[in-house]
Each structure stands twice: as structure tokens, then as C-alpha cells.
Ligand binder design. Structure first.
Ligand SMILES: Cc1ncc(COP(=O)(O)O)c(C=O)c1O
Length: 391
């Protein structure tokens, strides 16, 4: 059977490849510990599970979701309360918010709703691997914008050639950043809004880690004056509330882009199960303390992993966002060969930086979303089985 040519551009999904490798090793009896994927093993908050159970028992919720393409108004109102409380951002639930099946879905509908075939679309490099396929599906071409350690992993907007900026119609960014953990300060966001305004570029600010920062200000793109004139912020309940499997998030900001996303969704899916939206309301309204407790857990895990890396020769300060640690590879390794080395020596899986783009080469990403005992075991293996490195 023939399949669409557009699929040929899409490389194998990194985590599928890793999952296959892990499954094969486990089948062969190896006790593999994966620090590769950012998928919290800790449970979702109790009030969320309880709200789902109660809502699932109500037959009214067994029908197509209410306000299908936009999400239940009650959910959008909860999103508006959350943004007002957590970020001091005022949103009109009827104009500025659409519910999503996670922010990954939002990236795709942003592409479908905003990008035209033949467009040039800016993406950071390294960057979340989900952006490029959505851009290709829209018939457009991604243009990588480098993020370098010496610039705190922020793209230098002034380095983007003017003819590229003029041609670009959209820009995908994400801070707190996967994979580097970098955060974007207010000054950068103001510069980004100005850049977008000058070149008429629509911003897709993908912010599912907005809550996961250590010792720095929690920020929404929409905190920036003028942000809602030039773009939307995608956010998600996946990471702050350990709800990756529930598939719920939101796009907020520019009303034209929000409407475009809703139109694309209305012609693709039929919205998020009402019971999950009720569970989402419980998370947004009642689980601030839960986020704080998860941050404490990640803080401890970060400190433990950094202790081990320092014992093994790493000497660097990791950026302050997300539940990932982005680390340079020792001298003599590429990102892929160092991942293989870790796998062979310790049966520990980590993600190769090159999978996030050309500028990810030379780095690996550790995820802290695993049980504490398994992380401790991984760190013990590293201390026992690998030498002190030079860089
Ligand atoms: C930058 C980024 N965007 C989007 C997603 C997908 O999040 P969601 O579960 O909300 O679809 C992820 C997940 O790892 C991510 O890292």
C-alpha cells in the first residue's frame, strides 16, 4: 500500500526507538533503568482521580464533549482562574482559551491553523522533536535557530538573517526548555514580542514546563506586554500534575490563533472527554500544593544526580528549569556514543542530545521522572561502573 510522501520526511520517533531498545534488553533479562523520557511515574493528585471517577459515573458526560472544539466553558474558566492566580495574566475564557488534548496536539493544530504550504517556520535547535513533523504536515519548511550554551540556550534573535526573518511566518519556542532546562527571562520575552511584531511572525510558545523552575521566577509568555498580539501559549496538565496519560492542556492568547486552532480541532477530533475536563478543573483549582511537593521531589533528585555527575568529573551549573538535566558528554564521545556507553556499562538509558537537533550534539539529557529508589540505583551503578571523565 502506498502511504503519503510527507511521512518520508519524518525520522523515527526517538522514544519509540529507545522503547524498543529497552524492551529488547529487558526481554533478555537486563535490569534496565530509563532516565530517558519525561513521563512522571509519581501518581496524579487524589482530587483529580476522585473528580474523574465522579464525573465518569454521570451519563451526561458519556456523550460528545460539551463545546467540542473549544473545550467545556467550565474548564476554560478554570484555566483563566489558574492563569490569573499563578501568573497574574487575565484571559477571557470565551475568546482567549481553547482546551487541548495536550500541548503536543496544540503544536499540530497551531501548524494546521496558522501555517501555509511553502512557509518558512523558525524552530529552536536543539528543540522538542514534535515541532518539525507538524511543520512538515502543514507543507512548510522548518528553519533551525541555534541555541548555544554561551548564550544561556536562548536564540540570538539579532543573528537571524533579515531575509529569513522576513520570510518566516511562525516561530516555535519552549522555555523552561526541553531539552536544555534553560529558562527565558522577561527581557528575552520582550525582545521576542518585538521581533515577532516587526516581522509579522506568529509565536507558538510551548510552555508545558512553566511550573517546573528552581529558584527563578515562574513565567508565562503572556506576562509579556503585547504577547497576545503576536502569539499563543500552549500549556498542559501533563507535567505539573503528573497527568501525561490524561491528555489535557490548553492554548491561550491571541484570539485569532485560538480560533484557528479551534477550527482545526473541530475538523479533526471531538474534544476532550468531559470527565477528564472535570478532573482538569480539580487539578487547576485545588492542586497548587501538589506542584510544590513535586518540585521538592525534583529538587532532591536534581541535587543527587548533580552530586554523582560532579564525582564523575562534570563541572558545570545546570540551567534552572524542567525535570531534565542537560549535560555535556565527556571528551572523546558523541551524544549517541555516550548513551551507548552508559547503556553498556550501567544499563541506564539516557537521551542523546543530537536527537533534538544539530546543536544538541555533544550533550545528553537525563530525566528525573523516575522513582527515587530506581534513580538511586542508577546513580550507584554510575559511581561503581564508570570512571572519572575529563571534558
Ligand atoms: C516541549 C514539549 N512540548 C510538548 C510536550 C507534550 O506535552 P503534552 O503531554 O501536553 O502533549 C512535551 C512532552 O515532553 C514537551 O517536552
Amino acid at each position: 500500500m502506498h502511504t503519503a510522501e510527507r511521512l518520508q520526511k519524518i525520522p523515527p520517533y526517538l522514544f519509540m526507538t529507545l522503547r524498543n531498545k529497552i524492551n529488547a534488553a529487558r526481554a533478555a533479562g537486563v535490569d534496565v533503568i530509563s532516565l530517558a523520557i519525561g513521563d512522571p511515574v509519581d501518581p496524579s493528585p487524589d482530587p483529580v482521580v476522585e473528580a474523574l471517577c465522579a464525573a465518569a459515573k454521570d451519563p451526561a458526560n458519556h456523550r460528545y464533549p460539551t463545546d467540542e472544539e473549544w473545550g467545556m466553558l467550565a474548564f476554560r474558566e478554570a484555566v483563566a482562574r489558574w492563569y490569573a492566580r499563578r501568573y497574574h495574566v487575565e484571559l477571557d475564557p470565551k475568546k482567549h482559551i481553547v482546551a487541548l488534548i495536550g500541548s503536543k496536539e496544540g503544536c499540530h493544530h497551531f501548524a494546521m491553523g496558522v501555517i501555509n504550504p511553502g512557509d518558512l517556520v523558525l524552530v529552536t535547535d536543539p528543540g522538542y522533536p514534535g515541532y518539525k513533523p507538524s511543520i512538515w504536515f502543514a507543507g512548510a519548511t522548518p528553519h533551525p535557530v541555534p541555541m548555544k550554551a554561551e548564550h544561556h540556550y536562548l536564540p540570538r534573535l539579532s543573528d537571524i538573517p533579515t531575509h529569513i526573518a522576513r520570510k518566516a511566518t511562525a516561530f516555535f519556542l519552549n522555555y523552561p526548555n526541553n531539552p536544555t532546562g534553560a529558562v527565558a527571562p522577561r527581557e528575552f520575552l520582550a525582545e521576542l514580542v518585538e521581533f515577532a511584531r516587526s516581522f509579522d511572525i506568529a509565536i507558538c510558545y510551548d510552555n508545558p514546563y512553566s511550573e517546573i523552575v528552581f529558584g527563578v521566577e515562574r513565567l508565562s509568555f503572556l506576562n509579556t506586554p503585547g504577547a497576545a498580539d503576536v502569539g499563543v501559549e500552549l500549556n498542559s496538565l501533563s507535567k505539573p500534575y503528573n497527568m501525561t496519560g490524561w491528555r489535557i492542556g490548553m492554548a491561550c492568547g491571541n484570539p485569532d490563533i485560538v480560533k484557528a486552532i479551534a477550527t482545526s480541532k473541530a475538523n479533526t477530533d471531538s474534544g476532550v472527554f468531559n470527565a477528564i475536563q472535570y478532573a482538569g478543573i480539580a487539578a487547576l483549582d485545588h492542586c497548587d500544593a501538589f506542584i510544590a511537593s513535586m518540585l521538592d521531589i525534583y529538587r532532591t533528585r536534581r541535587a543527587k544526580l548533580m552530586d554523582t555527575l560532579r564525582v564523575l568529573g562534570w563541572d558545570y551549573e545546570p540551567p534552572p528549569g524542567t525535570f531534565y538535566l542537560w549535560a555535556p558528554v565527556p571528551k572523546g564521545y558523541t551524544s549517541a556514543s555516550f548513551c551507548d556507553y552508559m547503556f553498556d556499562q550501567c544499563a541506564v538509558v539516557i537521551a542523546p542530545g543530537a536527537a533534538y537537533g544539530e546543536h544538541g550534539e555533544g550533550y545528553v539529557r537525563f530525566s528525573l521522572t523516575i522513582e527515587q529508589v530506581r534513580l538511586d540505583e542508577a546513580l550507584e551503578r554510575m559511581r561503581q561502573r564508570i570512571p572519572c571523565f575529563s571534558f
